[in-house]
Write a protein that binds this ligand. Sequence first.
Ligand SMILES: C[S@@+](CC[C@H](N)C(=O)[O-])C[C@H]1O[C@@H](n2cnc3c(N)ncnc32)[C@H](O)[C@@H]1O
Length: 264
Amino acid sequence: MTPRKLSARLARVAAQVPAGARLADIGTDHGYLLVALMSRGLISAAVAGEVALTPLRAAERSVREHQLGERIAVRLADGLAAIEPADRITAISFCGMGGETIRDILARDKARLGGNERLILQPNGGEQPLRQWLMDNGYRIHHEELLRENRFFYEIIVAEPGEPMRYTEQQLYFGPLLLQARGPVFAAKWQRLLRLKQQTLTGLARAGQGVIDEKLEQQVRWIGELFASNGGSADLKWSCRTMPISAPDESVDPPPPRSVPRRG
Ligand SMILES: C[S@@+](CC[C@H](N)C(=O)[O-])C[C@H]1O[C@@H](n2cnc3c(N)ncnc32)[C@H](O)[C@@H]1O
């Protein structure tokens, strides 16, 4: 991946950035997203925020190599501390971090948000608690997508402050718009997860320790219902019988977020 050739994941994130946005990319690492968007004239201002020194240096290098030093501010900062009011940021991206990490940054630094920014989120797992935070804090989910790249599934969630929304527990778990659309990648992801979670439950039962994981059992029930229901809906074209069963592997969740070195 380079700024010229973004990964499919970052290209899909880039597509959600409004033209002319003033974008802050938190946890920017190499800074490719901002460099790609700025090089193509798709954003008007950019802040690259990064908490760790080595990725910060990588972002500085990308920006320098593309002669964008005047247009992209690279800042060593924890979370939204990278943003200053004078930046007049209109959109913020968080990509490749755990959903709980993104939620914690938003919760901790909420006062730093102007109140109108579009949030473009690509969590690596932890989507449910992230959606819960969005709902509890007056955000409406405008767009969701799920893609598969190099064996991993990635969700992208785009939210803006708006009319308060109440999502059900299942909507928070599956994604309200992903659940509505039920595309083939969604079916593949949840079929895979269903099998793995069922295997875990079987393992727990075999261990015979009387361990009951109610949360896991509930998730298995919800996923099973997705596949079992025909609900009279024409959208439910897929079922356990029609989806090919793929070999077990570790590709359900994206790779875990890198551990974050603490600033000394
Ligand atoms: C796995 S990388 C993802 C890089 C890039 N956003 C992408 O999606 O390709 C996550 C980055 O987030 C940074 N990060 C983690 N917590 C952060 C925080 N609180 N504030 C700023 N950056 C953070 C890490 O140092 C790391 O460089």
